[in-house]
Design a protein around this ligand. Sequence first.
Ligand code: TXA
Ligand code: MG
Length: 342
Amino acid sequence: TDVWKPELPINEQDPLIEQAARLLTEQQVVAFPTETVYGLGADATNETAVKRIFQAKGRPSDNPLIVHVATREQVRELVTTIPPVAEKLMDAFWPGPLTLVMESSGRAAEPVTAGLSTIGIRMPDHPLALALIKAADRPLAAPSANRSGRPSPTSAAHVAQDLTGRIAAILDGGATGVGVESTVLDCTTEIPVILRPGGIAKEDLEQVIPRVMVDPALAGAEDKPKSPGMKYTHYAPEAPLWLVEGSDTFFQATLRELTDARQRVGVIASEELAAKLEYEPMISCGSRTHLTEVASRLYSTLREFKKADVDIILCESFPEAGVGAAIMNRLTKAASQKVSEQ
Ligand code: TXA
Ligand code: MG
């Protein structure tokens, strides 16, 4: 697997981008950065190419892929119609971390939609991603560029850890910014429904459209999630992760109990809690009052603790406002158990 690092600022004529685009037209898969996480891209209109994504990731074939576009024209070809609500949201948030689910025209290769009549589309806010889509001159299907079940990659090194030898090339654009994946919003119903919380908060959407619902399955209800991906184990670090809900004192007591029982514990904490604990090994992923920073560091933190070094990862819970909803969604899915104060 080649790792190519185009010069900055991104120049659309960069030969490395041209080479990567050529691989894509030859039905190969190429990892590239977006503003959220790295994606594993393939020609969305070519079945052979798209199947290679599922193979490289070890991804279940019933989990549909997001299609990445650089123009509205590409959107129009992929869907039957663009609902007015979706049009408004594109105006407000594209390019950006918002995936819109619409009725598929059938233009995308079959495995992209995994048997659904709908298709998820977004325009990424990253110059390298946009340049690659333009150079390839076709929409790119791209899930996160991790092995299925692992934390999503926020650097080219993370992609290499998971996929070296399994994909043609990695375009290295440095660390990604947002750090959690896009918000997936179903626009096929009268009131749009958040299927996966992500980089654009529900509060942000409500500034633009009057009503937004949240898929009840996200709150842990029995309903089958409408986003097929939400039912699989995800984001799992190497060691079991315990998510602690409660006061700092409760966290401290839980930690002491485990270390007294000779468990090797790695701690993931906010700056605020970290200052109180003075514990090793511990990684702080930012301040409780700067959740965008916590989001951007979340996945690299989850990859940091190795199985050889710790038996358990003990992680703090974060407020669910704004991007906090996405952070807690990912931590809950990464956790093997929750430890609650009451
Ligand atoms: O930020 C992101 O969205 C990243 C970057 C690479 O763009 N991509 C990403 O893709 O997170 P992936 O495959 O890891 O997650 C896609 C999610 C899955 O939960 C999938 O089930 C859902 O989107 N999805 C895709 N198409 C859908 C559809 N037609 N209906 C419902 N859910 C869909
Ligand atoms: Mg993923």
